[in-house]
Design a protein around this ligand. Structure first.
Ligand SMILES: [Zn+2]
Length: 434
């Protein structure tokens, strides 16, 4: 009798379990088979808002006083790089448990990127926010929204005896580096931008864009007829090949401009014009050596801006392989900056972006299947449209003053955080004149 009761209970439990499993499977299949699939094109899901609330004034982030000042500040900007670009590169490089250089930073935050006149910023106004601490209109460089001149960071720290360097994989006259050395009301005024950059006290400018220094009659793009590649020689040492970064006399105090391609670096369509180009890491190493040399000769500190310019272009092109290449180049430069900061504890490293580009998503390869490691990288701003987005971007910081880069920041707070970390108490004058 007792055995019969046990057998009955076991049968009921096992039967109930199997029955529940069968029902669960049938139920899931039924649900998956009857998932409502939206009709229409992908554009039909878009919702347009004609009038968001007015911007008002930017709430300034309260800064912590930085007692131990940073002698060196390295600002690395991934143009168009938000969390999804970083996450995609992490997956492509080594899977979900891979760790990139930014993953090793102890401080991180979120940056809001809107410009003075638009929710969606362009690279000029966002770079001006980083270089001056002021919001401005899209396409303006180093000017406020009323076109008044703004002193930029390299000009400001020059008065305090600090030395600056600007590095990019675009033409050096492109928006991000230009915002740190020029003041124009249209980012495409490259004749004017290149002239102002050469007249600036920035010690080292490295990237592409020789054609913006040559007149049209010599195959360049300048409309003013000037041959800046000749004029450069009076004030700068001109480098055009990667090898020269190694062979250049490290004690030479002349200003350096490195133009390693006619147009931007790494143009796959014209590889013959790009066979002897440096990576971002090569250029950063050179700039770090130059900063050390200038400080030995009396400069009180240094600032280096490094831009991974083409992360943005990969987003515009909706090209994940291009994105991977550019993220790798930037990741290696960030790694070098971090190693340098760990060896030189007076160095503040900040990694951020100016905006997101491409509306990049990481989706399951099959929307009804969340298993395995198959994913779909999809860009959600079609080619040819305004492809920057208003999605905030991350900021990562390491070193003295890094505490001012956590939480939610406006893009102008990046500038104020850098200034707070620098020793700008005594105006000793430019160290480039000495
Ligand atoms: Zn940009």
């Amino acid at each position: 009798m007792k055995n019969l009761i046990i057998i009955t209970i076991v049968s009921l439990v096992v039967g109930g379990f199997i029955g529940a499993k069968v029902m669960e499977l049938l139920g899931r299949e039924y649900i998956m088979a009857n998932l409502p699939v939206p009709k229409g094109t992908i554009d039909d899901k878009d919702v347009f808002f004609e009038s968001l609330p007015e911007a008002g004034t930017v709430p300034r982030k309260k800064l912590h006083p930085v007692n131990r000042k940073a002698k060196n500040v390295i600002l690395l900007i991934g143009d168009g790089m938000s969390i999804s670009q970083i996450a995609s590169y992490r997956l492509l490089k080594g899977g979900p448990n891979e760790r990139l250089a930014v993953d090793r930073f102890p401080v991180s935050g979120i940056v809001l990127t809107h410009s003075a006149n638009a929710i969606i910023t362009d690279s000029a106004s966002s770079a001006t926010a980083y270089s001056t601490g002021s919001k401005t209109n899209n396409s303006y460089l180093g000017l406020d929204k009323d076109k008044n001149l703004l002193e930029n960071l390299t000009e400001r720290i020059d008065r305090y005896g600090l030395v600056s360097a600007l590095i990019a994989t675009s033409e050096v006259t492109h928006a991000t580096p230009a915002a740190f050395a020029a003041h124009v009301d249209l980012r495409w005024k490259t004749d004017e931008i290149s002239r102002q950059m050469l007249a600036s006290n920035v010690s080292t400018i490295l990237g592409g864009g020789r054609h913006f220094f040559l007149p049209e009659r010599l195959g360049g793009e300048r409309e003013d007829g000037r041959n800046l590649l000749e004029e450069i020689k009076e004030s700068h040492a001109l480098l055009t090949k990667k090898d020269q970064l190694n062979s250049f006399d490290k004690t030479d105090t002349r200003k350096v401009i490195g133009l390693f391609a006619d147009e931007h670096l790494r143009n796959e369509k014209e590889p013959e014009n790009h066979s002897s180009e440096p990576t971002l890491k090569d250029m950063l190493r050179f700039a770090l050596e130059r900063s050390a040399m200038y400080m030995e000769k009396g400069c009180r500190g240094s600032f280096i801006m490094v831009e991974g310019s083409q992360v943005d272009w990969a987003g515009h092109a909706n090209n994940i392989n291009y994105l991977k290449t550019e993220m790798q180049d930037l990741d290696e430069a960030i790694q070098l900056a971090l190693e340098h900061a760990k060896e030189n504890q007076d160095t503040l490293v900040i990694v951020t972006a100016d905006h997101e580009t491409g509306g990049l998503l990481i989706e399951p390869a099959n929307p009804a299947d969340y298993t395995g490691n198959k994913v779909k990288f999809s860009f959600n701003t079609a080619i040819g449209r305004g492809s920057h987005t208003g999605v905030p971007v991350p900021v990562y910081a390491y070193g003295p003053g890094s505490e001012n880069f956590s939480g939610t920041l406006d893009n102008t707070d990046i500038y104020h955080g850098m200034v707070a970390a620098m020793d700008l108490n005594t105006e000793v004058g430019s160290c480039m004149d000495k």
